[in-house]
Design a protein around this ligand. Structure first.
Ligand code: NAD
Ligand code: TYD
Length: 366
């Protein structure tokens, strides 16, 4: 039985991971530590909040004393670190929070873990600090470059990816210098339930339903490698079970898409939903799809993101071969499930969209 501290467990990937883990390992204990920033939503954990083996703590990963207390009081043996500032556009206009949470916050967690697990009278055998990182630390690829492997040199280009790269280096150093049992996973772009609608895929789905423009940065030919979020949780699970201490593991689905093609694909899927389900016409009467008009006409090319990385692509051969990892979801099934989730959970995204981020997006790009 594991006792896990999950940081950022009220965010998009963290919440999906918590649901995945609670469902699969029902006798494990889970403590979520989350500061509930604009991106954290306690409603993401609503269905499990009363379970005996689940505890939610509202707090900041930069509070080292709090983290030490949680590690001791809950006899935590496994820390899975998701908490971060995660939106590249926000990192461009306001990098401070990224430096604070992603670098200083990770450093604070490492210090707490070292103190509680290594520096006492006895070392806690079998402890694990798993750090959730991103493929963006490797920089950008040309259309013909080979995909990122774990040996690709770090070359982060945005304040977000630079702050994640810095945290990856600290995690590595705590293993090599102090013997902390660490693993790191570098995953490609995720999509799925609970994805905050400032990111491309949920933004496009919700804007189509509200008959709002679909902003495409630059020429729309930038490429991302998309993975269904539950497959990310599954990959981290395998790293926790069988990953080698001190190693990095790439997680990805071999699923590269140009942004413009993703947007067109989602437009067609939503249009088809309106054909299949007449109730949607009543719920979203202003949507183009409600009056059988072409949704793609909402596509609007806007100014490019500064320093926009052209292409990300993950080579996950190490994880596939060493840990027997294969994503369970194809893009067809994953994106269909995701569109369905947003259609079935309007209250969730409406409440999230009432927040201040909407004004911020408007100021930046409209
Ligand atoms: P998110 O922005 O949806 O969620 C981040 C969570 O962290 C929120 O719940 C927020 O409240 C919490 N948080 C932020 N600052 C905190 C602090 N100081 N103390 C405690 N909690 C804090 O992010 P996400 O998309 O779920 O990403 C989770 C992790 O996965 C991040 O480390 C990110 O770098 C990494 N990652 C994300 C993607 C992706 O496509 N979204 C891909 C690869 C890796
Ligand atoms: P995003 O979801 O922000 O993830 P990341 O920047 O971490 O890859 O963006 C995915 C891609 O979509 C990225 O190339 C930027 C682009 N994009 C748009 O073209 N328009 C948008 O409104 C957003 C949010 C993103």
């Amino acid at each position: 039985m594991k006792k896990l501290l999950i940081t950022g467990g009220a965010g998009f990937i963290g919440a999906n991971f918590v649901h995945y883990w609670m469902n699969k390992y029902q006798s494990d204990k889970i403590v979520v530590l989350d500061a509930l920033t604009y991106a954290g939503n306690i409603a993401n954990l609503d269905s499990i909040k009363d379970e005996d083996n689940f505890t939610f703590i509202h707090g900041d990963i930069c509070d080292q004393a709090l983290v030490e207390k949680l590690l001791v009081e809950h006899s935590i043996d496994t820390l899975v670190h998701f908490a971060a500032e995660s939106h590249v556009d926000r990192s461009i206009t306001g990098p401070d929070a990224f430096i604070e949470t992603n670098i200083m916050g990770t450093y604070s967690l490492l210090k707490a873990a070292k103190k509680v697990w290594l520096d006492g009278d006895t070392v806690l055998e079998g402890h694990r600090f798993h750090h959730v990182s991103t493929d963006e630390v490797y920089g950008t690829l040309s259309p013909t470059d080979p995909a990122f492997t774990e040996d690709t040199a770090y070359a982060p280009n945005s304040p977000y990816s630079a702050s994640k790269a810095a945290s990856d280096h600290l995690v590595r150093a705590y293993h090599h210098t102090y013997g902390l049992n660490v693993t790191t996973s570098n995953c490609s772009n995720n999509y799925g339930p609970f994805h905050f609608p400032e990111k491309l895929i949920p933004l496009v789905i919700t804007n189509i339903l509200h008959d709002k423009s679909l902003p495409i940065y630059g020429d729309g030919q930038q490429i991302r490698d998309w993975l269904y979020v539950e497959d990310h949780a599954y990959g981290i699970d395998l790293v926790l079970q069988n990953g080698r201490i001190g190693e990095n593991y790439n997680i990805g689905g071999n699923n590269e898409w140009a942004n413009i093609n993703i947007v067109k694909t989602i437009s067609k899927l939503v249009e088809q939903e309106f054909v299949n389900n007449s109730e949607l016409v009543a719920r979203f009467p202003t949507a183009k799809a409600a009056i059988a008009q072409n949704t793609e006409s909402l596509i609007t090319y806007v100014k490019d993101r500064p320093g926009h990385d052209r292409r990300y692509a993950i080579d996950a051969a190490k994880t596939n071969n060493e840990l027997d990892y294969t994503p369970k979801e194809s893009f067809d099934t994953g994106i269909a499930k995701t569109v369905q989730w947003y259609l079935n959970n309007e209250i969730w995204w409406q409440s999230v969209m009432n927040g201040s981020y909407q004004n911020w997006i408007t100021e930046q790009y409209e």
